[in-house]
Design a protein around this ligand. Sequence first.
Ligand code: PNS
Length: 159
Amino acid sequence: MRRAVCPGSFDPIHNGHLDVIGRASRLYDVVHVAVMINRSKQGLFTVEERIEMIREATADYGNVEVESFHGLLVDFCKERDIPAIVKGLRAVSDFDYELQMAQMNMGLSGVETLFVPTIPTYSFLSSSLVKEVAAWGGDVAHLLPEHVHAALIERLRAK
Ligand code: PNS
C-alpha cells in the first residue's frame, strides 16, 4: 500500500489544497490529510470543523483519510508508515521555507517530500488571503468548495 500525507492548517481548506490532494490521490493508494494542530495559532475554525469540511470536500476521491495531529509531522508519518509528504508549491516565495522543512524532515526521519506545482489558477491562493478578502466582503466563492464558502460566510457573520 503506497501512502502519502498532505499536511497543513487548512483553516479552511480551499481549492488550491484540493487540487494538490486530488493529484496526490491519483498517485498514491492512500492519502492522509493531516490537520496539524498549532496551539499558538488561534484558528477561525476548530480543528474538528476543518476535518469535517475536508472530509466532505474529498469524499469523492475515495482514498483520502483525514485526521488531526499534535506534534511533529515526521512522527505522524512514522506512526502510520508513510514515506512521503506531498506539498504544493505556489511560487518561488514558498520555496525557501518549504526546502528547509523538507530537509529537516528528511534529516529527522528519512521521509521524502514531493512538491507539486500549484496550477496557475490557484498560485496566489492562501487560507489567510481568502479569510481577509471575505471579511471585507470580497467574493471568494470561486476559490472554495461550496460548503466551505457557506461555512466561512456564516462564521464571519457571527464574529
Ligand atoms: O498550512 P500551513 O500552516 O502552511 O502548514 C504548515 C505545516 C502544518 C505543514 C507545518 O508547520 C508542519 O509540518 N507542522 C508540524 C510540526 C512540525 O513537524 N514542524 C517541523 C517542520 S520541519
